[in-house]
Structures are given as structure tokens and as C-alpha cells.
Design a protein around this ligand. Structure first.
Ligand SMILES: [Zn+2]
Length: 86
């Protein structure tokens, strides 16, 4: 009996169980075995789909803004460390 489990079987089971597909309507991914249709947009009309796309864009802008803020703070900390050490 091997000491470690066979990772190939584990990965194959994991991929089959959590296989995702990208929705052609809203471009989000969902688990193929868990849902028959997209849980994000299947119950939305065109106006709801437009609102979902707008919300996704706003969320993306928020994450990008947070990334820029963290980058600026890390550069500031790096500059303060350089000034302190010189
Ligand atoms: Zn969808």
C-alpha cells in the first residue's frame, strides 16, 4: 500500500466534480454538475442582465482601485525604509 494517495486520481476526481463552464450570456463561470443553467443570469431579463454587467464592472473598478492603493502604500513604505536606512 503506497504511503501517499495517488494525486492523479485525486486531480481527475476534483476536475470532474468541480468542472466549470463559462456562461455565454453573462461571461461568469458556474459548476456544470451543480446547476442545469447559469445561476447568475438564468432568471434575469435583458435589463437585469445589463444591471449585472454594470455591477460586475463596478466591482472590477473597486478591486483595481484597491490594488492601486496597496501598490502606492507599498512604494511609500519602501521609500521610507530607504530614507531611514541611508
Ligand atoms: Zn450567465
Amino acid at each position: 500500500m503506497p504511503l501517499l494517495p495517488d494525486m492523479d486520481d485525486f486531480e481527475k476526481d476534483f476536475e470532474e466534480h468541480y468542472q466549470t463552464i463559462e456562461c455565454g450570456r453573462c461571461n461568469t463561470r458556474y459548476e456544470l454538475l451543480k446547476y442545469d443553467q447559469c445561476p447568475h443570469c438564468s432568471n434575469l431579463d435583458e435589463e437585469g442582465l445589463r444591471q449585472l454587467a454594470l455591477q460586475k464592472q463596478l466591482d472590477f473598478d473597486d478591486r483595481r482601485s484597491l490594488g492601486v492603493t496597496f501598490t502606492l502604500v507599498s512604494v511609500l513604505i519602501l521609500l521610507l525604509l530607504i530614507i531611514y536606512l541611508v
